[in-house]
Design a protein around this ligand. Sequence first.
Ligand SMILES: Cc1ncc(COP(=O)(O)O)c(C=O)c1O
Length: 327
Amino acid sequence: MACVKADAYGHGAIPCAKTLSPWVDAFAVAHVEEAENLREAGIEQPILVLEGPFDVADAQKIEELALWTAVHSEHQLPWLVEHLTPATSNVWLKLDTGMHRLGIGAEALPVVWSQLTEAGFQDTVLMTHLAFAEQGDSALTQYQKSQWRAALEALPSPTASALNSAAIVGELPMSGDWVRPGYMLYGGQSCTHPVTDLRPVMTLSSEIMAIRHIPQGDSVGYGGRWIAPRPSHIATVPVGYGDGYPRHATNGAPVWVDGYECPLVGRVSMDMVTVDITDHPNATIGSAVELWGEHISIDRLAQAADTIGYTLMTQISSRPARRWIDH
Ligand SMILES: Cc1ncc(COP(=O)(O)O)c(C=O)c1O
């Protein structure tokens, strides 16, 4: 099941779903509106709404668009019972195994399971989500695993789903029939041990628009944050936080300039960044710049900006021109 929520992590839900369609059995989104957009674009495969209905109107849409739905709380049950046709519905019951964000508690599981069965919902899928899958041996993950195991044993062998990207990559031994990768589909490395054959899907690229030659001791950018330790060549690139480049990227964050890695220097502006190209004398106006992509991993840049690659992907603004390239 491919997670294409949040506009396919900023990549464009419709083109991504169309591309992924031959390879996956189903899609996952967070909200009904996201599923509706995919249906309108002609996506016919099952689409799971991970947060389930927020109200009666959502439940009606789930029925009308033949969506699959999660149920994370007892308050959603009456909406399903009243507005969904059990025989043609596919319900995923979310169990809170320890993340304490969404899901019913283990103590309520048998009752809610019976309520669904009695209402005619068959083949309910049991799902959970891990809070710290990046650390398979953490106490929290171990606890969630034990809760999960107990829940599966308490029910008559339900279809089950627990694993996100980090859990898949880390090969967490948690039984389940469906996996729900998101970040890894887009080439993101959510684990401490990188998987080498994941390739980045998104490239943020630009070109040098201006070059300044500055003496040693002069500063660059807002607040004069970076001071040239030697006479320096500074390239200005027309990408800034208004495009989704992280404003908190530090001096030294990697930028790929025409085949060389160069350090970002000075504060990120709304529309521009500045890069030290002193050691790259061939760089000139118009030279190609990659902010992230094949050469500059989004996870590495995220680290240099004290964030995670997920936020960089999803926060690309509407300003950069987008091109979707089939490989
Ligand atoms: C319930 C659920 N399943 C799967 C995923 C996919 O996670 P990831 O992108 O880390 O693979 C998410 C993402 O937040 C989620 O909330």
